[in-house]
Design a binder for this molecule. Sequence first.
Ligand SMILES: Nc1ncnc2c1ncn2[C@@H]1O[C@H](COP(=O)(O)OP(=O)(O)O)[C@@H](O)[C@H]1O
Ligand SMILES: [Mg+2]
Length: 264
Amino acid sequence: MESEKSRPTSSERARLDLLTKTPYIQVLTYPRMSLKEAKVRIRQLRTLGVDELVFEGPARVGRLGILGLGTVGVVVKAKSGDGLYALKVRRTDANRPNMDAEVELSSTANRLGVGPRVLAHTRDMVLMELLDPQELSEWLRGVKGEGRRAAVRELIHSLLNQCRTLDIMGIDHGELSNLRKHAVVSGGKPWIIDFESASRGRRPRNVTSAAQYLFVGGAVSPALRRALGVRDTEKLKALLAEYKKELSDYAYSKILESLKLSNS
Ligand SMILES: Nc1ncnc2c1ncn2[C@@H]1O[C@H](COP(=O)(O)OP(=O)(O)O)[C@@H](O)[C@H]1O
Ligand SMILES: [Mg+2]
């Protein structure tokens, strides 16, 4: 079955007892349909207090709208009581037997105010705070006018501070070197998502990877440099190398200074 990014599909809802049927089972046990596995997962949805899956979002599995498709999970909107949440469902072909490590690292990040809040989880599913994610490049195109520089400054400063917090805690996100998919904007704020590749076993390089992407090598970097009036990338690169060695507050403050973020 193909999944593709496309225009938003119309909304469709399914209560739990419908999820063993096509096409819903194709999402619940993506990409290899399994009735046995679907039944196990419906029990997990009951445990999580999910009443319905709501198929709408910017990506698709077949005709059904979903929030996103990654290498580990299918993310779909879920209703529980009066609330709407994002539910990450482990792919049946994922390279891990459960969501435990991701839940543990996401929850630690949450305690530091980073990442969408994880509310509950089971072996194969994580129920979390629902975002309305926009890619950074798209957000950047939308901020115009007089307040542009201040808005970009505030957002990038907040994003780098989140990276710094993770560095201090010794958690390396692991996928910020291409942060297009994993640093998004929702509700006017930056969010670091998806801790599936995160680890405490590596030297953290969240700040260096993110800053490198944002200002040196990423698709958004020319626009960001222009927005913040950053000219000297050689100096920035030297400061990033210094920070990489030291991981100190001082080295971090020098980076902020060179990006003209010190007092935003
Ligand atoms: N909390 C959320 N709210 C809304 N959309 C989300 C949320 N979490 C993830 N997504 C969407 O789902 C996609 C895949 O999620 P991700 O956690 O990156 O999965 P994987 O670990 O399989 O890569 C993301 O790129 C994003 O577009
Ligand atoms: Mg991902």
